[in-house]
Design a protein around this ligand. Structure first.
Ligand code: NAP
Length: 248
């Protein structure tokens, strides 16, 4: 599947919608942002690296889309609250929120993991999605419409010796997603989680010794997001476990 095929069936489907994507500076988040931009959404790009976000914005504009860059360190609760206020001021609504930003950690036994390292993983992978939902979901509740998609991992479904903090953050993100989904469905707001296996990005050590061409590609995850945000209004896929077709 190439990128044009991904977008052609959904082109224009998100016209007039605002989509906020965390982790949009590279990897999976960048692919999701480009995809939703092609589908007609105005995409709000956030991550720490403003220069990279500007490049993603340019790429979206080259395909006829529109994007807004709002850099933010997601480990900073005040910065996330300010981001929420900026989205409200500049866009007036939030139709789609994709919590993609995440970090891994050096593989080692839990007893060797320092508190700072534990906190960095938890703050980025679990606390930030909570804070982003707290900052942005009220606009969805007010509009009685919206879709939140959290990017988890198969490490949040399986055991990961040597990666316990990362695994725990993603198990936590799954539980957070299932629970918030139950809270928000009464407002016609859908909350879903995507849990991919190893994806061909620069993330962690997931690529070592693997055939990259067989791996899940960032565009594959973006295509799943496109499917989730274009479902029939009466039902929603609450969880997607995404595996490579052939083992890398
Ligand atoms: P990546 O290429 O390393 O990108 C991570 C993104 O998160 C970057 O845009 C980064 O931007 C942003 N980010 C990290 N820390 C941040 C912070 N403190 N504040 C704001 N933004 C921050 O990773 P990826 O492979 O695309 O992974 C994206 C998501 O998919 C993660 O949640 C990851 O756990 C999940 N996932 C990945 C794989 C895989 O094998 N790649 C598999 C399953 C799940 P800045 O550095 O500019 O802030």
């Amino acid at each position: 599947m190439n990128e044009e095929q991904t977008t052609s069936e959904f082109r224009g489907a998100l016209q007039n919608q605002i989509a906020v994507i965390s982790g949009a500076a590279r990897g999976i988040g960048e692919a999701i942002a480009v995809e939703l931009g092609r589908m007609g959404a105005r995409v709000v790009l956030t991550a720490r690296d403003r220069a990279r976000l500007d490049q993603v914005k340019q790429a979206i504009e080259q395909t006829g889309g529109t994007a807004l860059v709002l850099p933010c360190d997601l480990t900073d609760a005040n910065a996330i609250a300010a981001l929420g206020r900026q989205v409200h001021t500049e866009c007036g609504r939030c139709d789609i929120l994709v919590n993609d930003a995440g970090v891994g950690a050096e593989r080692k036994p839990l007893i060797d993991v320092g508190v700072d390292e534990w906190d960095r993983v938890m703050d980025t992978n679990l606390r930030a999605p909570y804070l982003m939902m707290r900052a942005l979901a009220p606009m969805m509740v007010a509009a009685r419409s919206g879709h939140i998609i959290n990017i988890s991992s198969l490490a949040g479904k399986n055991v990961l010796p040597g990666g316990a903090a990362y695994s725990a953050s993603k198990w936590g993100l799954n539980g957070l997603t299932y629970s918030v989904a139950e809270e928000l469905r009464q407002y016609n707001v859908r909350v879903s989680v995507i849990a991919p296996g190893s994806v061909n990005t620069g993330f962690g050590d997931g690529l070592s010794g693997k055939d990259k061409t067989r791996m899940i590609q960032p565009q594959d995850v973006a295509q799943v997001v496109a499917m989730l945000v274009t479902q029939a209004p009466t039902s929603f896929v609450s969880e997607v476990l995404l595996r490579p077709t052939m083992k890398p």
